[in-house]
Structure formats: structure tokens, C-alpha cells
Design a binder for this molecule. Structure first.
Ligand code: 26W
Length: 821
């Protein structure tokens, strides 16, 4: 065993202080008196990283040579958020480091604030991947996360004149102390060209791919430490570089600029994260990104596996690969190519290995969000994979025909190739056929998958399907985000719930204790004051921490219905204008979230929120009863101010549209009550916390479908509801846009004539239930009781529970405890 006791592995207070000072001096090259804020942050980060590396070495050492199984989580996105604070919590040295900072004479919060977060994801899907990495390590399960090291992550959002403005995210500008570049761990990834048949030395028919161009993938490793354990897993992200091979040089003799072009072209692949939360159809670079990281990752796994002397036909006993949505689904064809073309396996055993290795998680029901690639584009980039997909499809459709003779409609529906107008490769079908397990991310979502989107696949192979309801890590979203509440809970029930959140149930009796309720309110008020301060700093708006904080933060999307929330705000405003003494419990409405840069309607909704805010916040008639705030640049770092400060969490998507939602869980854990539809995980949250502690409204998924089927006419709801008419009229008349009737016309027209997401159908019941929220908030004792019960009953939504289910049902992997000696 490698010995690294003493020195930088020393985690005593003295050891940490010495290591920190050494890093200021030897890593940053600074005297303490001239060290910048960033020098200090870097020195702390390296001090903590030393501890991680110590555990990482131990993890690798103790896993080597063991007959174990590794989870490989393939995801185009990992939305990790800042590392420093999280690692301090997981290591258990938060207070020590706070002490050192104090002694050395600076504010640790300022140091934390210096960290640029790796925003390598869009929203729910990427953040889920990060929570799952935390839980895998915390449960001591060997795992590798594989993804893309985007040079520019999700854009930074600014609000100018009420509109979203995007700025490039330069997260690597000051260096990234959490990653280790591995210039010696590289893979070659090829694109384009053609294929060619040949006979191998045993006379077997083979195919060789003669690609048009090849790039190099370089590994960048980030250690992922679990909570209070020694397991330190690996997040391996790939960066694209130009290969500087002999041929490359030879080809470019005398053509310096050509050579530089090639370099730029190659490095483009991992330049930027696509900022859409819906697929970008036909974007070649996006498809190249997907293949690039999938190919690097599979090559890497095969390399690791062969290093341990494994035989290829047993690969699936040692690696369980999870496809986070269809973004890495090309992996199915790529593993086949590697096994058959590169390793010389026969088709059948290779296919057997492939199917046993992959699992597929679906994250969306929106039909327009299912990825499909034009065959022409696909075949041009991946001629060999196209052949392999045709062969998979041929064999698969033969099976369909055997099961359902003569049912050619079914064959067309299930084919990996969509030929219903243009030809496309259906990535979800490829993922389903090439996996032994398929799951949705909430009970309702998994049911709808089986009944609708993947119905034919469920009929054919029901045993592949299961549900794995999402979860979030209580470490980041409770312990780190809400230290006040964490202390209060620890004072009552200790801290074992941080690993076993089911134990939060022990708090239930405290809901009946008036003194505890008082404390609970005090913590919430502190958190609200804290958010109020941040809002003042970032927007200049003053909000009253005594008012109800009603919050909706998530990506801007019509199906998430931020504009339904706005319609209700305008209704309240309208009531005040019609009756200046209208009795309204003071509320602060807080919104946050990014809109895809090309999503016009989502950007218009941001503008509407800000315009309504401008009007309402200034109107003296309102007299403090209403405030509307758009919190700019929602990211993981900012989210920590938001979830702990909420009284009410808005989860108001059209039923049947939100696969799960995870923000709903983060809010509820922090004691917010939810107003929501029966959509995604809301259904299960309501089951857990009890219907009496949840504000339910709106159509069910079934009602939404049948209404759509029978012909939904928004105008009927409009005509039946005078308040709704006045609300829409205020927007249409230019009341919030200085008389400009054109500005919000696209939004108004979309609602009046289409209302795809049925805001009008749900408006009445939403406004009614908001009235009940208003009443309930006046009874502070009862509200606090409900709030405590929400936190106490959120155990199910820990990502630890979710990961245990994946481990047992899909991956068949077991924990491997790591000793530090
Ligand atoms: C750029 C292409 C693209 C396409 C789709 C990027 C990202 C997506 C995802 C499917 C969108 C997404 O984040 N889905 C969300 O996944 C969460 C985690 O399971 C769920 O909680 C959300 O309901 C779901 O919308």
C-alpha cells in the first residue's frame, strides 16, 4: 500500500493550517501579505484536494485486483455546483477550516464566493447526475461518471431592461484546482469516411472503417468524495484536441494555417454546452459531441477492463453502464463496433454483452424532445455505426414480425428508423433495444412511458421496465444550503439522518411542540432575511422577510407554466386595484431560471415577469402587499440562498409533462409547502407528506389527454371567467408595457387561440387554491406544523434511496468499503 500519512494527508487542525500555508507559498507563489482572494481560494482548494487525493489513492488501491463491478454513468451533463464547501462537509472539516480562515484573518464566505461553479449542465438532468455521483460515493459504490469537459458551460444570465441577455461562462478563466489533467490518458475518435469489407486471417467476413478525420480525447479527472466515507470516485470528462501524428505533420508541410485550422476544428467539439433543454435537431456538432464522449468512455472502460485481465464476454459482470437519457445512446452501436470490428468478437456474443451492460433512463415525455437524427447526417458522420444500426434493426424487426405476424404498422412504429416523412435514427429506440433495463424518473412518468411513449416496447419486453423515482442529495441541498435548519434538526434527533434521511421522521412529534415551531420559524426568517439581502444586492429590489416567500425557480418553459403564476399575480393586483382595501396576506413572488437563447416565448415570459414586477412593485396602491422579483442567473451556487428561504414552492406544470422535477424535493426538504399539479414526483411528494399538507390543483394527466382529444377550446374558459378576462386584458392593453400592445401579443395570442399547456383550463382552480394558501398562511402555528411535517417526510426523496434502487434492481452492484488505515 502507498503510504501517505503525515505531510499533506494530515487532517489535524495543525496539519491543515500548515498545508494551506504551503499552498499559498509553493502552489500560488505568494507571500500571505500579497495573496489575492483567488490565491487564498486556490490554496484552500488544494488543501482540500490533497485530502481527496489521499482517499482517491486508497480507493483505487483497494479496488485493484478485486472481482468487483463498477457503475459507469454516461451523461452529456454534470451540473456539479461549487466543490469547496461540499467537500468540507463530506470530509467533516468544515468548522476546522472556518477556524483557520478566522485565525488567518479573512472571511471564509468571501473565499467560497470566489469559486466559479462548473455549470456543465442545463437543469434537472445534469443536476440529477451530480446528485447521483454524490450518493454513489456516499454509499461506497465504485463508480465513474463519464462526460464532456465543456470549455464554456451554461451561459451566465443577465437581465437588461427586463430581458434575458446571455454571457459566455468562462469558468476555467482562473484555473480549476479540482481537476487533474491526464495528458497520458487519451483516446482516438474518428468521424466520416467510408467502410470497406475484407476477410480476416481466419477467412471471416469483416468490415473496416476508413474515417475521414480523427481527433484525440484527453481525460480530465475530478475526485468525487462521499459523505464521511473514504470512497473517492472519479468523474472523468473528455476534452477534444487535435492529434499531432506523423501523418498530420506530413499532410501539412508548408501549410501552417491548414494545420491550425485542423486544431481549431478538432477542439471545437468540446467548446460549448448546448444551452437547450430540448434536442437541437440536425446540429452536427451536437451529434459529434455525443459520439466523442461516448467513444472515449467506452474505449476507456475496455482499457481498464483489459488491464485487470478480464475476458470480453464477461464485460457486463464488471461494468454497468447507465445512459442518462438518449444523449449517449450511440454507445450501443459503438460498443458493438468496438467488440466486433476492433476486438474480433462475433455478432451474437457481442450483442449479448451489449444488452446486458446498458441501462437507459428516460427523462422526458414531450414528444418533440425525443432525439432523432437525419439518416443522411448520421451516415455521413458514422458510416460504420449506420450499418451496425441497420443490422440491429433488421434482427430486431425480425423478432417483432415473429411476435406479431402481419402487423407492419407496429414494425414501422418500432423501427430504429423513422420513415414517416424524411428518414431519422430514433435514439430512444436504439437505447431501448440495446438495454436490459429501461426506467422513468417518477411513478407517473414511468406509467405514462409504458402506456404511451414506449408502449410497443413495453408490450414486447415488459420485464425491462421499472420506475426509479428521482432523488436529491440532502448534503448539498439541506446541510450545505441550510446550516440553521440542520443545527436545529441535529439538536433534536442527532445527525444520522444525513445518511439515512428516513430518520427525519423522528421530527414528526416536534411539529406539536410550540417551542420547536417557534425555533423553526426563527430559522426560516433568518433564511428569508439572507435571501432578501442577496435580492437587494443583485436587483436593487427591497423585499419584506415577513411576507410570504412564494418561489418558482427552474428552467423557463411553457410546459412549466411560469406564466400561469404571472396570471395569478395579475389577478391579485387587479383585486387590489378594484378594491384598495382588499385583504391580502403580503406575498413576495420570486422567479428564477434561464431560457434557451433561441426560445422566444420563454424569453418573453421573463420580460413579462419583469414588466409586471416594475408596475406592481412601484404602485402605491399595492402598499407592500405584493412584490415580484426575477432573481438573475439561477445556478447551483445561487440556489443555496433560495430553497431554504421559501414558504411556498410552485410546481405547476401541465399534468403529464414534467417527468419528475427535483426542485420540488429541494424546496420541501427545506420546509416549503408545495402548490402543485398531479405531475411528476409531485404525486409522490403529496403521498409522503399527506394530502392535508399539500396544495393541489388542476387537471390530472388523464383529463389533460381527454380534453386534448375532444378538442380543447381555451376561449370557453376565458369567456366563463371574468377575472381571467381582466387579467389578459391588462397584458394585452399594454398596461405593463407603457401602452405597447404589441410586446406581449405573441404570448396573449398563444394563450387565447392555442393554449397548448392549458393554463386557462387550470386558472380557476389555481386561483382558488392560492386563496386557500393565503388563508392557511395566516394561521402561523398550523403553517409551521405543515412545514415541519414536509421536511420530516422527505426521506424518500434522498438520492441515496434512488441510487440504492438502481444498484439493486438494475446495476447489481454492491458497496466496497474503503479503509484509510
Ligand atoms: C440539448 C438537448 C437536451 C435534451 C433534453 C438536453 C437536456 C434534455 C433533458 C431531457 C431535459 C431535462 O433536464 N429533463 C428533466 O430531467 C429531470 C431529471 O430526471 C426531471 O426531473 C425533469 O422533470 C425533466 O424535465
Amino acid at each position: 500500500p502507498v503510504s501517505c500519512t503525515g505531510g499533506r494527508a494530515d487532517m489535524s487542525l495543525d496539519g491543515l493550517r500548515r498545508t494551506f500555508r504551503e499552498h499559498v507559498f509553493y502552489t500560488q507563489g505568494r507571500f500571505p501579505s500579497v495573496a489575492t482572494r483567488n490565491d487564498l481560494y486556490m490554496a484552500f482548494a488544494y488543501t482540500v484536494r490533497d485530502q481527496l487525493l489521499h482517499r482517491w489513492i486508497k480507493t483505487v488501491e483497494q479496488m485493484a485486483g478485486k472481482d468487483l463491478k463498477i457503475v459507469s454513468y454516461l451523461s452529456a451533463e454534470f451540473l456539479l455546483g461549487p466543490h469547496l464547501e461540499n467537500n468540507l462537509i463530506n470530509l467533516g472539516i468544515y468548522d476546522d477550516v472556518l477556524g483557520i480562515a478566522k485565525e488567518e484573518g479573512f472571511d471564509i464566505q468571501v473565499i467560497f464566493d470566489q469559486e466559479e461553479e462548473p455549470g456543465l449542465g442545463n437543469g434537472g438532468l445534469g443536476r440529477l447526475a451530480a446528485c447521483y455521483l454524490d450518493s454513489l460515493a456516499s454509499l461506497e459504490v465504485p463508480a465513474i461518471g463519464y462526460g464532456i469537459r465543456y470549455e464554456f458551460g451554461i451561459f451566465d444570465q443577465e437581465i437588461r431592461d427586463g430581458w434575458q441577455v446571455e454571457r459566455t461562462d468562462q469558468w476555467l478563466r482562473l484555473g480549476n484546482p479540482w481537476e487533474l489533467a491526464r495528458p497520458e490518458i487519451t483516446c482516438r475518435v474518428s468521424f466520416g469516411g467510408r467502410t470497406e469489407p475484407y476477410q480476416d486471417d481466419r477467412g471471416r467476413y469483416r468490415v473496416r472503417w476508413i474515417p475521414h478525420r480523427t481527433v484525440k480525447g484527453v481525460a480530465y479527472d475530478t475526485p468525487i468524495l462521499g459523505y464521511r466515507v473514504n470512497t473517492c470516485n472519479l468523474l472523468r470528462l473528455w476534452k477534444a484536441e487535435a492529434i499531432e501524428s506523423f501523418e498530420f505533420e506530413a499532410f501539412n508541410v508548408g501549410d501552417y494555417y491548414g494545420a491550425v485550422d485542423e486544431k481549431i476544428y478538432s477542439e471545437n467539439i468540446t467548446k460549448v454546452l448546448y444551452p437547450n433543454d430540448e434536442p437541437v435537431q440536425g446540429k452536427q456538432l451536437r451529434l459529434e459531441q455525443q459520439y466523442f464522449f461516448v467513444s472515449c468512455s467506452l474505449q476507456d472502460m475496455l482499457r481498464i477492463y483489459k488491464l485487470g485481465g478480464g475476458k470480453l464476454d464477461r464485460f457486463s459482470r464488471h461494468f454497468a453502464i447507465q445512459l442518462n437519457d438518449t444523449h449517449p445512446a450511440l454507445g450501443v452501436a459503438e460498443l458493438m463496433r468496438l467488440l466486433v470490428d476492433e476486438e474480433g468478437m462475433d455478432w451474437e456474443p457481442a450483442w449479448d454483452v451489449t444488452c446486458k451492460t446498458f441501462g437507459y433512463t428516460n427523462h422526458t415525455l414531450l414528444p418533440e424532445a425525443l432525439e432523432k437524427w437525419p439518416v443522411e447526417l448520421f451516415a455521413g458522420l458514422f458510416p460504420r455505426h449506420m450499418e451496425i444500426i441497420y443490422e440491429i434493426n433488421r434482427r430486431f424487426l425480425d423478432e417483432v414480425r415473429r411476435r406479431w405476424p402481419g402487423d407492419e404498422a407496429r414494425v414501422a412504429r418500432m423501427s430504429l428508423i423513422d420513415e414517416s416523412g424524411g428518414r431519422f435514427v430514433r435514439m430512444a429506440h436504439l437505447a431501448c433495444v440495446g438495454s436490459h433495463a429501461i426506467n422513468g424518473v417518477a411513478e407517473l412518468h414511468s406509467r405514462l412511458l409504458k402506456e404511451d411513449v414506449l408502449r410497443d416496447f413495453h408490450e414486447m419486453t415488459p420485464e425491462k421496465f421499472s420506475n426509479k423515482t428521482n432523488g436529491v442529495t440532502p448534503r448539498r441541498f439541506l446541510v450545505l444550503a441550510n446550516p440553521g435548519l440542520t443545527r436545529l434538526i441535529e439538536g433534536k434527533i442527532g445527525d444520522t439522518w444525513i445518511r439515512r434521511p428516513e430518520e427525519l421522521r423522528k421530527l414528526e412529534p416536534c411539529a406539536d411542540d410550540p417551542a420547536f415551531r417557534e425555533e423553526w420559524r426563527r430559522v426560516k426568517l433568518e433564511n428569508k432575511k439572507n435571501l432578501a439581502r442577496v435580492i437587494r444586492e443583485r436587483t436593487g429590489i427591497e423585499v419584506d422577510p415577513a411576507s410570504m416567500f412564494d418561489i418558482q425557480v427552474k428552467r423557463l418553459h411553457e410546459y412549466k407554466r411560469q406564466h400561469l403564476n404571472v396570471l395569478h399575480i395579475i389577478a391579485l393586483y387587479d383585486r387590489i386595484k378594484r378594491n384598495p382595501s382588499y385583504d391580502l396576506c403580503p406575498r413576495t413572488f420570486i422567479f428564477g431560471g434561464k431560457a434557451a437563447p433561441g426560445y422566444f416565448m420563454a424569453k418573453l415570459i421573463i420580460k413579462l415577469i419583469n414588466s409586471v414586477g416594475d408596475t406592481v412593485n412601484r404602485d402605491p396602491d399595492v402598499n407592500g402587499r405584493l412584490k415580484v422579483v426575477f432573481f438573475p442567473d439561477l445556478n447551483v451556487k445561487n440556489a443555496k440562498f433560495i430553497y431554504p428561504a421559501a414558504d411556498l414552492s410552485e410546481q405547476i406544470s401541465t399534468a403529464g409533462k414534467e417527468a419528475s422535477g427535483t426542485g420540488n424535493m429541494k424546496f420541501s426538504m427545506n420546509g416549503a409547502l408545495t402548490i402543485g399539479t398531479l405531475d411528476g414526483a409531485n404525486v409522490e411528494i403529496r403521498e409522503e407528506v399527506g394530502a392535508e399538507n399539500f396544495f393541489l390543483f388542476g387537471l390530472t394527466a388523464e383529463e389533460v389527454y381527454s380534453l386534448k382529444r375532444d378538442g380543447y377550446r381555451p376561449m370557453e374558459y376565458f369567456q366563463a371567467n371574468p377575472e381571467l378576462q381582466r387579467v389578459v386584458e391588462r397584458i394585452a392593453s399594454g398596461y405593463f408595457s407603457n401602452g405597447d400592445r404589441e410586446l406581449f401579443k405573441p404570448l396573449v395570442d398563444a394563450l387565447m387561440f392555442h393554449d397548448t399547456f392549458m393554463l386557462f383550463a387550470d386558472f380557476g382552480s389555481y386561483a382558488d387554491v392560492q386563496g386557500r394558501v393565503d388563508e392557511a398562511y395566516r394561521d402561523r402555528e398550523h403553517w409551521t406544523r405543515m412545514s415541519i411535517l414536509n421536511s420530516a417526510r422527505m426521506g424518500k426523496f434522498s438520492s441515496d434511496r434512488a441510487i440504492r434502487e438502481y444498484c439493486e434492481d438494475i446495476w447489481k452492484v454492491k458497496p466496497v468499503p474503503i479503509l484509510l488505515e
